[in-house]
Structure formats: structure tokens, C-alpha cells
Write a protein that binds this ligand. Structure first.
Ligand SMILES: *[C@@H]1O[C@H](CO)[C@@H](O)[C@H](O)[C@H]1NC(C)=O
Ligand SMILES: *[C@@H]1O[C@H](CO)[C@@H](O)[C@H](O)[C@H]1NC(C)=O
Ligand SMILES: *[C@@H]1O[C@H](CO)[C@@H](O)[C@H](O)[C@H]1NC(C)=O
Ligand SMILES: *[C@@H]1O[C@H](CO)[C@@H](O)[C@H](O)[C@H]1NC(C)=O
Ligand SMILES: *[C@@H]1O[C@H](CO)[C@@H](O)[C@H](O)[C@H]1NC(C)=O
Ligand SMILES: *[C@@H]1O[C@H](CO)[C@@H](O)[C@H](O)[C@H]1NC(C)=O
Length: 394
């Protein structure tokens, strides 16, 4: 799609322009028969599609989620019929970061409205969110200066305030990863900008009130953005890649930490990890050399295919993978692993592990729809040679 210099300046004056962002997919599932996908296209627009167990809606495309984000949105659920989407407003005016915006699905409709979002302040560049139970939402974000800040919806209001954030510590270069193993518990990890080792902090309600200090888990130097998971109360798994792109893993078993283990591979960022039950681990990451997705699993006693080998799944992809683990509602012994990715044409592709084999077979995927079906945009270079997307129809 060619724009001349003249049409560029005319269009730039007439329409809003945003810097191209890395595409990604944020997912959540409020029960075994529902799955929501929120992909971020490279023009910063968010789209939406959901699985109802009968079909995907909208069927072969995406609906536009009326929002522009400057980095990956984060979506979570605290129960059936509830979604919380948080993202950073992609205002080009304010290059120091952006405010955190919040939209929620509750009682069958979107709040504060389909078009509008709640402004939570912040001036941050990355965020992560989680819910430990009904009426609770935690958001941890990275300020441009390397500080991590936190805010929570506590059921009757925002803590410490709608526009205020609690300061958790400084000197981080990665986005924060957060996870909750149950009510009243939140764990955060991030990479230290001094020595690139993994730092951990937790919040625990109950026996005492509040936050632990930062604990150094070493293991570095790491690059990219760490991942935190839990398969149940008392268990934590932390994941990060070293400068060779190899996946490293450490876990807390309820009493002590394991040693760091190196699981091999060569990834662009830390692979995504899910647990469909205790002791089960499924991992998918994007290969550094070929942009293919590679997977590995742990069955409670062994890694498959092995401790340092990976299965090739499909590709090439432009985004990091998104994973969802599910049980078959008609057969509780069957577990499903859904893998989603944005390909090089800005189309979302899906692959499913259906208990004993991958569908579709070999290295194929199912097309879920093009993100341009939600928004139309054209990529071109701006005056500073930066990739810019022109939104049509604005
Ligand atoms: C999942 O949630 C939906 C919406 O609340 C409900 O209609 C459906 O029955 C639930 N499915 C299961 C398997 O619980
Ligand atoms: C997002 O930022 C733009 C530009 O600063 C602003 O006009 C818009 O109101 C913001 N959106 C929300 C929902 O606050
Ligand atoms: C950028 O946004 C932050 C947070 O809203 C605000 O404090 C700051 O003044 C803004 N900077 C500019 C240059 O508008
Ligand atoms: C960095 O920014 C955060 C959020 O705006 C602020 O709370 C914190 O004090 C700042 N840290 C430093 C070291 O300036
Ligand atoms: C990394 O730096 C932090 C301080 O920022 C320090 O607490 C920690 O001990 C260092 N870790 C290693 C492994 O050097
Ligand atoms: C449930 O799934 C298992 C494993 O895939 C399969 O062996 C079994 O036949 C299924 N049962 C039913 C009732 O479909």
C-alpha cells in the first residue's frame, strides 16, 4: 500500500498515527466452556473473539475492541461471566508512558461502556494483571524509570486510589510477571537492571499484613520478560531465558526452592507456561532463528521430548504464543491445550492438543481470522524513518 510523501503529510494532519507495536494475544477462560481472546495488532488496536463451546464468535473474524494500546493488554477473570481487560493508552502525545485503562464485562455487558474505559492513571510502559478470587483484581506495572507499581480492586474500591499506585521497588528492566496461587496471595517476579538476576516479592494476607521484601533468586543474567506460574497452593514456578535464549526454571515446592535448571531451546522471549493440573507443565515458545513455535511438557516425572529438546509445532509467527489449558466438559479425563499466535499476515492461528495428538495434524494450524477484519490500517515510514500505521476511517 503506497503513500507518497504528500499524502503522508495530508493524512498525518487528518488522522491519528501510532507507532507500530509488537503483536500479542492475551487470553482468559472463566470456565471450561468459554475462552476469550484479545489480540493486539501491530497498529496497536485490540480485537476480540470468544469460544462458547458451540462456536467462535464472531465466526471467522474478530470484533474491534474500541481501544488502542501501546503494549500487550492483560485480561483476567474472577468467575463466570466476568472479564477484566487492562491496557496502556497508546497516546503518542505522551512519550513518557501512558495511563492504564480498564474495561470490564459483567452482567452481560461491557463497563464503563463498550466505547469507554476507566482511567486508572499510572504513566507506565508494561503491565500484568491477575485475580485471586471474586471481586479482586491486582495490576502490577512497570514505570518508565524502572519502578514497579501496584494497584488493586478490593471489592469496594481501588487501593491505594483510582489514580494512585503503590510503589513496590525500583531498578527493573523487564515487564513484571505476577501470579496468585489462591485467595490473599500474590507473587511478583522481575529482572534486575543491574545484574539481570530474577527478583521475587509476594503479598500475603492473613498471618501478617502486606508485602515481603525483594528476594534475589539469582540465576541470571537473563533477558526478555520472565514468566510466573502456579499449579496450586504453595507451589510457584518461575521461568526466564538467558542471553543464548535458553529456558531456565526454578520452583518453590512449599518449603524450599529448587536449583535452577536449564531446559534448552533458543527463544525470542520467555516461553508461555500452563498447568492443567498439579504436576503437569506445558510450555510453548517462539524460536529465535525461525519464528516457529516449539513445545515441551512435563508429566509429573519426565520431560517430553526430553530435558533439553523441543517439539516443533508450527509457524512462522510474529507474536509470542498464548496458551490456555482446559478440560473437556463432556469427558473429564481429556485435557486440551490451546495454542494461539499472530502470523506474519496479522492473522490469528490456532493449534490444539486434544489429549493424545495435535489438531490440525503435523505443522498445520487453523486460521481464526485476520486482525484487519476488525481494524483497517496501512503501514508506512514517517519522517524519522519510524514504522507508523495510518488508521483509515478515523
Ligand atoms: C460457563 O459459563 C457460562 C456463562 O456463565 C454458562 O452458561 C455455562 O453453563 C458455563 N459452563 C460450564 C461448563 O460450567
Ligand atoms: C487515551 O489517550 C488519548 C490521547 O491522550 C485521549 O484523548 C483519550 O481520552 C485517552 N482515552 C481514555 C479512555 O482515557
Ligand atoms: C504524561 O502523562 C503523565 C501521567 O498522566 C503526566 O503526569 C505527565 O505530565 C504527562 N507528560 C506530558 C508531556 O504530557
Ligand atoms: C518512578 O516512577 C514511579 C511512578 O511514577 C514513582 O512512584 C517512583 O518514585 C519513581 N522512582 C524513582 C526512583 O524516581
Ligand atoms: C543483583 O543485584 C541485587 C540488587 O539490585 C542484589 O540484591 C543481588 O544480590 C544481586 N544478585 C546477584 C546474583 O549478584
Ligand atoms: C474420554 O477421553 C479418553 C482419553 O482421550 C478416551 O480414552 C475415552 O474413550 C473418552 N471417553 C468418552 C466417554 O468419550
Amino acid at each position: 500500500m503506497g503513500f507518497s510523501k504528500i499524502s503522508f503529510s495530508l493524512l498525518a494532519a487528518a488522522a491519528s498515527t501510532v507507532v507500530a507495536v509488537d503483536p500479542c494475544i492475551s487470553t482468559t477462560s472463566w470456565n471450561d466452556s468459554r475462552l476469550d481472546l484479545f489480540p493486539l495488532a501491530s497498529d496497536g488496536s485490540i480485537a476480540h473473539k470468544f469460544w462458547t463451546w458451540l462456536d467462535w464468535e464472531p465466526v471467522d473474524k474478530f470484533e474491534p475492541f474500541p481501544s488502542q494500546a501501546r503494549s500487550c493488554p492483560s485480561v483476567s477473570t474472577w468467575g463466570e461471566g466476568r472479564l477484566d481487560v487492562v491496557y496502556i493508552n497508546s497516546s503518542r502525545v505522551n512519550s513518557s508512558g501512558g495511563n492504564v485503562l480498564h474495561k470490564y464485562f459483567s452482567g452481560g455487558s461491557w463497563g464503563p461502556s463498550w466505547e469507554n474505559a476507566e482511567d486508572l492513571g499510572g504513566n507506565v510502559d508494561y503491565l500484568s494483571s491477575a485475580s485471586w478470587g471474586a471481586n479482586r483484581l491486582d495490576i502490577v506495572a512497570k514505570a518508565k524509570n524502572g519502578s514497579y507499581v501496584h494497584k488493586a480492586w478490593t471489592g469496594d474500591g481501588w487501593f491505594p486510589g483510582k489514580a494512585e499506585w503503590e510503589h513496590l521497588g525500583c531498578g527493573f528492566f523487564s515487564s513484571p510477571a505476577i501470579v496468585s496461587w489462591g485467595i490473599g496471595r500474590l507473587d511478583i517476579v522481575g529482572l534486575d537492571s543491574g545484574n539481570a538476576s530474577l527478583q521475587h516479592k509476594y503479598y500475603q494476607d492473613g498471618c501478617y499484613d502486606g508485602w515481603s521484601g525483594w528476594e534475589d533468586l539469582g540465576g541470571g543474567p537473563f533477558i526478555g520478560n520472565p514468566v510466573a506460574t502456579s499449579w496450586g497452593e504453595g507451589r510457584l514456578d518461575f521461568w526466564a531465558i538467558n542471553s543464548a535464549g535458553e529456558l531456565n526454571h526454578i520452583y518453590w515446592d512449599g518449603h524450599k526452592y529448587s536449583e535452577w535448571e536449564n531446559l534448552g531451546g533458543e527463544f525470542t522471549d520467555t516461553p508461555k507456561v500452563v498447568h492443567w493440573k498439579p504436576s503437569r507443565i506445558d510450555i510453548v515458545g517462539k524460536g529465535l532463528d525461525d519464528d516457529q513455535y516449539y513445545g515441551k511438557s512435563y508429566d509429573g516425572s519426565e520431560w517430553h521430548p526430553s530435558g533439553n529438546e523441543w517439539h516443533k509445532l508450527a509457524g512462522p509467527f510474529n507474536s509470542e504464543p498464548a496458551l490456555v489449558a482446559k478440560h473437556d466438559t463432556t469427558n473429564s479425563t481429556t485435557d486440551f491445550l490451546y495454542v494461539f499466535g499472530v502470523d506474519e499476515d496479522d492473522a490469528v492461528q490456532m493449534k490444539i492438543w486434544s489429549g493424545s495428538y495435535w489438531q490440525p495434524e503435523s505443522e498445520k494450524t487453523w486460521l481464526m481470522g485476520h486482525l484487519s477484519s476488525a481494524h483497517q490500517a496501512n503501514l508506512f515510514q514517517d519522517d524519522e524513518g519510524q514504522s507508523v500505521l495510518e488508521m483509515s476511517g478515523l
